[in-house]
Design a protein around this ligand. Structure first.
Ligand code: PLP
Length: 408
């Protein structure tokens, strides 16, 4: 494509964007959020026949026994509205798993709320517990729904940056960000997009700051079973923290069933109250047969998780070694199915420009990380790849990059 054609296309895209902005209306609280980058990149991927190592969904299916349990539940007539906070079997299964994972014994009836994926657990937690004007601290880069949901709640977002190469928590910066208006800190471990896992020392410091300043913790642990280089630690399990923590999780990543959207929030009764108030008016209840199947999934023995980890370790090795061979600087990832790399050796001016080039000229999709920051400039050198794809797909993507991506 010539530069003139490229410019004309760019201009046409701009015109379309302005027409769309004029015709389609959106409330002020959401107007600065555009189509999510994941949708944009996936659409571009389809257009160019690119291999999608962008959006974090597996290209393989979840386990047969869980799918069979869903079919059985449908056949058994478990098809009407479920109890708002979850079918009893699932609340009990979530509680049992939480006890194995953290040692904490919680009441399935009073402390577990089943939601439509972790996305709804995040929304119900924020909308149910945050008042307009409350300050909430995020660690950037952060999962995109946090900012949009906090904006819907009218919260003030305060950001603390995790920086490469190890993305460790800058404690002094965190301390100076906490104020008398801080209501909550949102953490995500293992962390999307970097793969960082919060260490016990980091969690201990955050915990003591929260206790000292009477701050809540909302913790997104959807990748807890994809912890490769160290053990996952739940904030709720630290001394004095359960009382001020909402732990959010879901079935999607662990059981390779991201389309089912079954999630949950675990919190003491005084915090569950707010979560359930919001949940009642967001979705009220989530899919009944899938909840029964989720209960079956969560009762699976630990060998399932061990095998999952083994499979993902092999995939991770293919991608990480491949990316290094291509010439990227690859930052260490301890958990999740993501790795973040520095794309600057290839000479493109930004992460978005690099990802567009990668799709159009190389045929591989990655996600620009600038969308994970309040200030997009902060992510302009980094892009994220996922390895939740079969090994053949990962190898083909690496081969394409080796063939067509040249260091400048
Ligand atoms: C950190 C994080 N939290 C939450 C979610 C959403 O989870 P769910 O699909 O269960 O809504 C994702 C999905 O990619 C994620 O990466």
């Amino acid at each position: 494509m010539t530069r003139a054609t490229d410019l004309r296309l760019h201009f046409a895209e701009l015109v379309v964007f302005h027409i769309v902005s004029f015709l389609f209306q959106v409330a002020k609280r959401l107007e600065r959020f555009k189509t999510t980058i994941f949708t944009q990149m996936s659409m571009l991927a389809i257009k160019h026949g690119a291999i999608n190592l962008g959006q974090g969904f597996p290209n393989f299916d979840g386990p047969e026994f869980v799918k069979e349990a869903a079919i059985q539940a449908i056949k058994d007539g478990k098809n009407q509205y479920a109890r708002g906070y979850g079918v009893p079997d699932l609340n009990a299964a979530v509680t049992a798993r939480f006890k194995i994972d953290t040692g904490l014994v919680v009441d399935p009836e009073k402390e577990v709320t089943v939601t439509s994926g972790c996305t709804e657990a995040i929304a119900a937690t924020i909308l149910g517990l945050i008042n307009p004007g409350d300050e909430v601290i995020l660690f950037a880069p952060f999962y995109d729904s946090y900012e949009a949901t906090l904006s819907m709640a009218g919260a003030k977002i305060k950001c603390v940056k995790l920086r490469p190469p190890d993305f460790s928590v800058p404690i002094a910066e965190l301390k100076s960000t906490i104020s008398k208006n801080t209501r909550a800190i949102l953490i995500n471990t293992p962390h999307n997009p970097t793969g960082k896992m919060f260490t016990r020392d980091e969690l201990n410091v955050i915990a003591s700051l929260c206790i000292e300043n009477d701050v809540l913790v909302f913790t997104d642990e959807v990748y807890d079973k994809l912890a490769f280089e160290m053990d996952h630690i739940s904030m709720a399990s630290l001394p004095g923290m359960y009382e001020r923590t909402v732990t959010m999780n879901s079935l999607g990543k662990t059981f390779s069933l991201t389309g089912w959207k079954i999630g949950w929030a675990i919190a003491p009764p005084h915090l569950t109250w707010g979560v359930r108030q919001a949940h009642s008016f967001l979705t009220f209840a989530t899919s009944t047969p899938m909840q029964y199947a989720a209960a079956t999934a969560l009762q699976t023995p630990d060998s399932y998780y061990e095998e999952l980890k083994r499979d993902y370790m092999a995939k991770k090795t293919i991608l990480v070694e491949g990316l290094k061979a291509v010439g990227f600087t690859v930052f260490p990832s301890s958990g999740t199915y993501f790795v973040v790399v520095d794309h600057t050796p290839f000479g493109l001016e930004s992460d978005v420009a690099f990802c567009e080039y990668l799709i159009k000229e190389v045929g591989v999709v990655a996600i620009p990380t600038s969308v994970f920051y309040l200030n997009p400039e902060d992510g302009k050198n980094l892009v994220r790849f996922t390895f939740c794809k079969d090994e053949g797909t990962l190898r083909s993507a690496v081969e394409r990059m080796k063939d067509k991506l040249l260091r400048k």
